[in-house]
Design a protein around this ligand. Structure first.
Ligand SMILES: [Zn+2]
Length: 145
């Protein structure tokens, strides 16, 4: 930390700290909404992802440090919770799942479930990052990545 401060002038360091602070009007609803839309939770303008699930380290629009939010396994957990409990469990109630040929049931269930999971995962991850932004939980800057 001391080494990093020494590389920048005090005014530049203060400017960088201000850019990385969450917006003062951070609300959980705003964070969730912007995250679900794949947008920076701080400004709602910049892209949240560089690739499918790769978070932009810094927002291109406002300079907010998006890479500091430790989503970790949270998005996978919530996606499994969503798809498993809301879709898979009720599906097992229908008798055709148990009576039809596995060669018919497997593609008719696994393909839509896989698609739903892959569509939901970045949205859920965005919502988790938006929630972390709203409640101001970030990685320690000196923690190993
Ligand atoms: Zn932004």
């Amino acid at each position: 930390m001391r080494r990093r401060v020494a590389l920048f002038s005090p005014s530049l360091q203060a400017h960088m700290d201000a850019m990385s602070e969450p917006h003062p009007s951070a609300s959980v609803f705003t964070g969730l909404k912007r995250g679900l839309q794949h947008r920076c939770p701080n400004c709602g303008e910049g892209r949240l992802y560089r690739r499918y699930l790769k978070v932009e380290p810094v927002c291109e629009a406002c300079g907010h440090e998006l890479g500091l939010y430790p989503a970790d396994d949270g998005p996978a957990y919530f996606t499994i919770l969503l798809v498993g409990h809301v879709i898979v469990a009720p599906m097992l109630i229908f008798p055709w799942i148990w009576e039809a040929s596995p060669w018919l049931v497997a593609p008719l269930t696994l393909i839509p479930l896989t698609t739903l999971t892959l569509v939901a995962l970045p949205r859920v991850k965005g919502a988790v990052i938006g929630m972390l932004w709203a409640i101001k939980i970030r990685k320690a800057e000196d923690a190993p990545t």
